[in-house]
Design a protein around this ligand. Structure first.
Ligand SMILES: [Zn+2]
Length: 227
């Protein structure tokens, strides 16, 4: 069953992650063009009835701090960030599609490992380093790859790194934030994520096409009420 808003093509068992374009029979621009050339649009594309039956799942790009806050609550029992928890819970329940950078996957691993090994009085679980190093990748692997969440992953290109480090892009932002903002901008169209979602207290929330986790949760509730 294809997902709403995502290209319906599966190649060698791997589903296409690109956004389905309006009027493209549920296919991304690339696969529609290929299907047209080969005269296979009727076979690969979806009918109007099939398109209408697809669930409409919002698709947001989550700043890595959102996933880190969720993981800190879940894996280490850190003070709860209710809106970050609600968003990632929605991704795991497939009522929200989320794109994250691959750097986010590693950042969650690093953060969880660090917190697991930290002393209890500093908010950690005081595990020995070897145990923390074993558990952290297990946790991350499950969160992103085996719990059935509706995740897609964005690769940050060399040109984005170059633009963010040489200073032309976002000189007032930290490198971490600049890379997230530019990675979102680079994949927004091809993957179809509509907004960058940042942790509630982040100054990034004032940027165009960006919203806080609290507003994103409100948006999901409005969508669910409309459906
Ligand atoms: Zn496609």
């Amino acid at each position: 069953m294809p997902r709403g808003g995502v290209c319906a093509v599966v190649e060698d068992g791997v589903p296409c992650e690109r956004a389905a374009r309006n009027g493209h029979s549920g296919l991304c621009s690339r696969h529609r063009a290929k299907a047209l050339v080969r005269g296979r649009l009727g076979e690969l594309g979806l009918s109007a009835a099939e398109l209408a039956a697809l669930p409409r799942v919002p698709h947001l790009y989550l700043h890595k701090s959102v996933a880190i806050r969720f993981a800190a609550c879940e894996a280490v029992g850190a003070a709860s960030d209710a809106s970050a928890v609600a968003l990632v819970t929605a991704v795991l329940g497939r009522t929200l599609r989320a794109t994250v950078s691959l750097e986010c996957v590693r950042a969650v691993y690093r953060h969880v490992g660090h917190r697991l090994a930290r002393p209890v009085e500093l908010g950690g679980l005081a595990l020995d380093d070897a145990t923390a190093e074993r558990r952290s990748p297990e946790y991350v692997g499950e969160l992103f790859y085996s719990r059935g969440g509706d995740w897609s992953f964005a690769v940050t290109s060399a040109s984005v790194y170059r633009a963010c480090t040489l200073g032309a892009k976002h000189p007032t932002l930290s490198l971490e934030d600049a890379l997230e903002v530019e990675t979102f901008a680079a994949v927004r169209w091809s993957l179809g994520c509509t907004r960058l979602v940042v942790a509630d207290t982040s100054p990034l929330a004032a940027l165009p096409r960006t919203m806080s986790t609290v507003n994103a949760v409100a948006l999901l509730r409005m969508d669910a009420a409309r459906a």
